[in-house]
Design a protein around this ligand. Structure first.
Ligand code: ADE
Length: 244
């Protein structure tokens, strides 16, 4: 997969993209990552990339000509999505990350200041994504969040036995608790089933813990998660116990 980022702050990407799994993905040849500085496409003498908004009001607006020129320069003739990170976009979820992880090429555009000239959106942007209902000072951190969520889903990035299928949200539920050695910590033990060696029992226990945690913390997710008859019976039991 190739990911190209257009930003006014290229240095914001160097540390994150040179550590841990993002670096491994690049080193293994699974991710080709490139950053372009939008300022390099400002043709005016002062290399000006922004201007004050028509109609007045505060803040600065990223200029349409500069941004369109930058996008058109990096976008070859494939139909790679050009995604603007902005609080007005569709919200990033596991489903969106999974959809984007199927793409061979993504172009991410980081807005800054008050926003981007609407005409740049119209002529050069194909998708708009938000990482949540809050406002950041720019799209860079949002782009990094998106890149991390997408790249870890590329086969091979997390290693052969990557457990992405068990991630929170992968099956519409939150994950249950995890344990590792030692068997006792400050008087707290480990659920016996996990050391029983019964794989089917362990799977059943994990499924129930995921259902329980989702019901306790994010009951809204249960409305859309695919649930079996057994799942529904277990949830009914939990609800019954809570009412008793
Ligand atoms: N830029 C500013 N706020 C943002 C958000 N919530 N998501 C994506 N990009 C942004």
């Amino acid at each position: 997969m190739k990911i190209e980022v257009l930003t006014l702050f290229p240095d914001m990407f160097s540390a994150v993209m040179s550590e841990s799994m993002m670096w491994k993905a690049r080193e293994r040849g699974l991710l080709d990552f490139q950053v372009h500085n939008i300022r390099d496409y400002a043709e005016n003498k002062q290399r000006k990339v922004d201007d004050s908004p028509y109609g007045g009001g505060g803040g600065m607006i990223l200029k349409a000509d500069v941004l369109a020129r930058a996008i058109e320069a990096v976008k070859p003739d494939d139909d790679a999505p050009v995604i603007l990170l902005s609080p007005q976009g569709r919200v990033l979820t596991h489903r969106v990350a999974a959809e984007l992880s199927q793409q061979p090429h993504l172009i991410l555009v980081c807005g800054h200041y008050e926003g981007v000239d609407e005409r740049a959106r119209q002529v050069a942007i194909s998708d708009e994504i938000s990482i949540g209902d809050y406002v950041l000072t720019g799209g860079e951190l949002a782009a990094l969040v998106l890149i991390d969520a997408v790249v870890r889903l590329i086969p091979g990035v997390l290693g052969a036995e990557g457990a992405q299928h068990r991630d929170s949200h992968a099956d519409g539920l939150l994950e249950g608790p995890h344990y590792t050695r030692p068997p006792e910590f400050r008087g707290l033990g480990v659920p016996a089933v996990l050391t029983s060696g019964h794989h089917a029992e362990v799977d059943r226990w994990r499924r129930r813990q995921a259902l329980k945690r989702t019901w306790e913390r994010r009951p809204d997710l249960l409305e859309t998660a695919p649930l079996s008859e057994e799942d529904r019976a277990y949830l009914a039991r939990l609800r019954g116990e809570a009412e008793a």
